[in-house]
Design a protein around this ligand. Structure first.
Ligand code: NDP
Length: 486
């Protein structure tokens, strides 16, 4: 293993820690069912910890099988009234939720960072504003559903069960809840075990917005809570974001049933740099593509394809840029790369990185002082990677980029598509026509040109192949929550 030191640091930022003094978290959170926080039926609670310090933050109720049944009953009871409510009335509730997210944005950003380990700068500038933007966007759609589905007559599906991962907890909750509610469905959301807090604060926001009881249920727990929810009788539609393995399990369980399903799964997205690209700009895009949110991003640009003629130059610039990344306290507003979300995720990253070294790729990790406690992984660059290496094939979900090269446009397309996934891709080129040609040949749900990880509630997001099916965002995100009547 080569660990190279930074060349030099001539100056650095002074610490700029965000304060957590204004945060008023409860010691214990119940399940949010029928508009109220309540005790779990079997009395089980689990701690949620701060991955940057390993300190417990709060205890959270564990949703067991009886809780899932009670949640579905409450949601079923709420559905007729909510589904029949005037479109404009539903829109008003969504607007209220969006406004309340904005009002509580500072608190939500801090809690997201404490619970998940992501840099505060990202929670504050990306996660929380985008979560509010999704509610605003779908509030706007609630009385225009007809225009979103080609003027067909539609109706809501009923009770939707939604399972979200830990990488963008509140944002994923907004992606799921906002379109479901706008279309007149009621929703039961299962947040990830390691990051339940902002979903529970969203439950408080639903109370503040006076959302009718049962329209939104928040059911924390672990994988078995999710497994119970997606199989529960009375759930009409399941929307899942997470790993391909769990997505496959859910699809198998629902095969032959009447339950609608959309899956947003993993990825191994290609970020393609052509020789005519603005290379400094491309390097910024590569860094954003793989180190944003510690690489815990389903569409992370984890396979970097560089045209051979500029390979050495891009790698040199990238390595130099990586040396300036500040890794550490996520609450510091200068931090670029925060804590890994959990001990389990850190172990997965370490296993795959070790496999990369064993298979013969060359590893470079930036030298940085990591905090003594918590879960950390230094930003890492692999070169001499062959397309068959595990680090070129499997989703690492960490701050690790694997570099491959290509000579021609055709080879770039072939290598980019040589994946069982198909979630996203990036193209860096100065030539518009080349970008369009390559984009239309890529089997990826989202293709960014001269940018990366750019999210917008008006744009559809989703995958091909083992990255799942169904689209979220924009008018396309309405369709999975509606049944066409005529
Ligand atoms: P999972 O797919 O296990 O978790 C995603 C969500 O599904 C969580 O809420 C989880 O609950 C829940 N869940 C777990 N098992 C089941 C089940 N059998 N039925 C229904 N729901 C279930 O992802 P992991 O957290 O285990 O991460 C593993 C790998 O998955 C990562 O390394 C990464 O490669 C990939 N991943 C991809 C994501 C994406 O956005 N595409 C997001 C997260 C992970 P709980 O957390 O409580 O166990």
């Amino acid at each position: 293993m080569t660990i190279e030191t930074r060349t030099s640091i001539v100056w650095d930022y002074a610490p700029a820690p965000e304060s957590a003094d204004h945060i008023r978290l409860e010691d214990r959170y119940g399940l949010f069912v029928n508009g109220q926080f309540r005790e779990p039926r079997d009395g089980r609670y689990f701690p949620t910890i701060n991955p940057a310090t390993e300190e417990p933050i709060a205890e959270v109720a564990y949703g067991g099988p009886e809780d899932v049944t009670a949640a579905v009953e409450a949601a079923r009871a709420a559905f007729p009234k909510w589904g029949a409510l005037g479109d404009l009335e539903r829109a008003k509730y969504l607007f209220r939720i969006a406004r309340l997210i904005q009002e509580r944005s500072r608190e939500l950003a801090v809690v997201e960072t404490l619970d998940g380990g992501k840099p505060l700068r990202e929670s504050r500038d990306v996660d929380i504003p985008l979560a509010a933007a999704h509610f605003f966007h779908y509030a706007g759609w609630a009385d225009k559903l007809l225009y979103g589905v080609n003027a067909r007559e539609v109706r809501p599906l009923g009770v939707v069960g939604q399972v979200v991962p830990w990488n963008f907890p509140l944002l994923m909750a907004a992606w799921k809840l906002a379109p479901a509610l706008a279309c007149g469905n009621v929703a039961i959301l299962k947040p990830a075990e390691t990051t339940p807090l902002t979903a529970l604060l969203l439950a408080e926001i639903c109370q503040e917005a006076e959302l009718p009881p049962g329209v939104v249920t928040i059911l924390p727990g672990d994988g078995s809570t999710g497994a119970g929810l997606v199989r529960a009788p009375g759930v009409d539609k399941v929307a899942f974001t997470g790993s391909t393995a769990v997505g496959r399990d859910i699809q198998a369980a629902l095969a032959g049933t009447n339950t609608h399903l959309t899956l947003e799964l993993g990825g191994k997205s290609a970020n393609i740099v052509f020789e005519d690209a603005a290379l400094d700009q491309a390097v910024e895009g590569i860094v954003n593509g793989i180190f944003f949110n510690q690489g815990h991003v389903c569409c992370a640009g984890s396979r970097l394809l560089i045209q051979e003629s500029v390979r050495d130059e891009v790698i040199a610039k990238l390595w130099q840029r990586m040396g300036r990344l500040r890794v550490g306290d996520p609450m510091d507003k200068n931090t670029d790369v925060g804590a890994i979300n959990s001990a389990e995720q850190l172990e997965r990253i370490e296993v795959l990185v070790a496999a990369g070294e064993e298979e013969g790729a060359t590893r470079r990790s930036i030298a940085c002082e990591l905090p003594k406690r918590g879960y950390w992984f230094a930003p890492t660059l692999f070169t001499d990677v062959s397309p068959a290496h595990r680090i070129a094939v499997e989703e690492i979900f960490g701050p690790v980029v694997s570099v491959l090269t290509f000579r021609t446009q055709a080879e770039a397309i072939e290598k980019a598509n040589n994946s069982r996934y198909g979630l996203a891709a990036g193209i860096w080129t100065d030539k518009g026509s080349k970008a369009f040609e390559v984009a239309s040949a890529l089997k990826a749900g989202v293709v960014w040109q001269n940018t990366y990880n750019h999210f917008d509630p008006t744009a559809a997001f989703g995958g091909y192949k083992e990255s799942g099916f169904g689209r979220e965002g924009g008018p396309a995100g309405l369709r999975p929550y509606l049944e066409v009547v005529r």
